[in-house]
Ligand binder design. Structure first.
Ligand code: ATP
Ligand code: MN
Length: 428
């Protein structure tokens, strides 16, 4: 007999023979009757065992979270109001769970963070944690659909590279045969090269590696970057595409999972478009109005972004950042080269995306590299892509974990990462 999911039991009339598979979430042994709360990927049901001493004996030896096959009869007018009920006629133990459970699936007591992440598989079995990853997948699916509609080609660029894209100390060095190489901090240079290679709209979803030393709720050492790059484009067009991407990602999530997420206490808010825009100088003005003195050319600290973010409702852009705080490939403004054609998308104090129009002239690029204290020789493979006709181009990189955090209102980025990598954790 083929099996049925617990969710689909609801569509039965009652009295049918059914086979269900799942985990023994709870086992309640009474005098002449045993109840098992069985959980599968779709929900939970109550399995009732009575009038069969042999089965009751078998059930009494089960440990919680063991995997079972249950054959029985679906009962329509279940006593248990919360879950459908199946009267058990046969029970097979497919795999026993060890005891005790380091992380209880339904226990109300929260175990500490380290125990949770040391036993992440069990931790993920909790439906409230599990649904985070279905949500992340939906957000990404919404964005992927948009990219497809807009004519983007999804690409895969190398993650082992010979020069540090974003420079600085935040780079992991790896031994690459006789040489040293790096884990890529971002697909930036490669996606730009593809503009010259004749792919006008590039889209990539992949890992990005940052050797961040600090321990925060918004930084990982390995995160998922959604990147785009568009030919014959500028910062304004890139911002429009970004706004649409965030909107479509969250709309997809809301439309497909909004109700279910609400049952777990998550409240999805689909942002209104257009997102407000402020300049870097507007940001400084807000700080000064709050009695904070600020040096033009500095980056905003997270404390300062909190103040700026508290004036804004949800998503907003900060545009026109000073060249000092932006990478070498960022285009400067024609009328004021101390500023750039760049933007960040923020949600309150959290940065979600950085983007810009890029430098497309190879001479200008070499000059910018030198000004940033980088050696153009190390970037020759990249610069050469600019020597034979590189279109003006623009794009952005968006952290999928940060967007998922915002969508579900989750404080710690590790909770939206299956197996997070941070300063102290590389396993599991
Ligand atoms: P931050 O200032 O928050 O450290 P950043 O400006 O260094 O970020 P970018 O190089 O602009 O980061 O990367 C683009 C996007 O990638 C960021 O806006 C963010 O969403 C995401 N991101 C960057 N670094 C991390 C990280 N360590 N962990 C998770 N997401 C990250
Ligand atoms: Mn940034």
């Amino acid at each position: 007999m083929s099996s049925i999911s617990i969710e689909d039991l609801g569509s039965l009339k009652g009295g049918e023979s059914v086979v269900i598979y799942g985990w023994a979430q709870e086992i309640k042994i009474l005098k002449n009757i045993t109840f098992i709360v069985l959980r599968d990927y779709s929900g939970t049901c109550q399995v009732t065992i009575k009038g069969n001493p042999e089965l009751i004996e078998k059930a009494s030896k089960l440990s919680r979270e063991s995997v079972l096959k249950i054959s029985g009869t679906f009962k329509k007018d279940a006593i248990s109001k919360s879950a459908p009920e199946v009267t058990c006629s046969d029970l097979t133990l497919l795999n026993a769970s060890a005891t005790p459970l380091p992380v209880g699936i339904t226990d109300p007591v929260e175990v500490d963070f380290e125990t949770r992440f040391n036993n992440r598989v069990l931790d993920l079995r909790k439906p409230k944690n599990n649904i985070i990853f279905a949500s992340k997948s939906k957000i990404l699916w919404g964005i992927r659909k948009l990219m497809e509609e807009e004519g983007f080609i999804e690409v895969q660029t190398p993650k082992i590279v010979s020069s540090a894209t974003e420079g600085g100390a935040e780079v992991f060095r790896v031994k690459y045969h006789e040489k040293d190489a790096f884990l890529n901090q971002s697909p930036q240079l490669y996606k730009e090269m593809l503009i010259s290679a004749g792919i006008p709209k590039v889209f990539e979803v992949g890992p990005a590696f940052r050797a961040e030393e600090h321990n925060t709720n918004r930084h990982l050492n390995e995160f998922t970057s959604i990147d785009i790059e568009m030919a014959f484009s500028d910062d304004d067009k890139a911002m429009q595409m970004l706004e649409l991407s965030v909107y479509q990602g969250l709309t997809e999530l809301m439309d497909t999972m909004g109700k279910e997420l609400e049952q777990y206490g998550y409240r999805i808010v689909v942002p209104k478009r257009p997102f407000p825009r402020m300049t870097y100088q507007d940001g400084i003005r807000i700080l000064e109005e709050n009695g904070i003195s600020f040096n033009f050319g500095d980056d905003f600290s997270s404390e300062q972004l909190k103040i700026i973010g508290s004036k804004m409702d949800g998503f907003y852009f900060i545009t026109g950042w000073p060249e000092k705080v932006r990478p070498f490939y960022t285009m400067q403004k024609e009328d004021d080269p101390s500023l750039t054609k760049s933007f960040d998308l923020q949600y309150k104090e959290l940065e979600v995306t950085s983007g810009a129009q890029r430098v497309h002239n190879p001479e200008a690029l070499i000059k910018r590299l030198k000004e940033k204290g980088l050696n153009p020789e190390n970037f020759e493979y990249y610069i050469s892509a600019f020597r034979y006709g590189m279109p003006p181009h623009a794009g952005w990189g968006l952290g999928l974990e940060r967007l998922t955090q915002i969508a579900l209102g989750i404080h710690n980025i590790r909770d939206v990462t299956l197996f997070p990598r941070d300063r102290t954790r590389v396993s599991p």
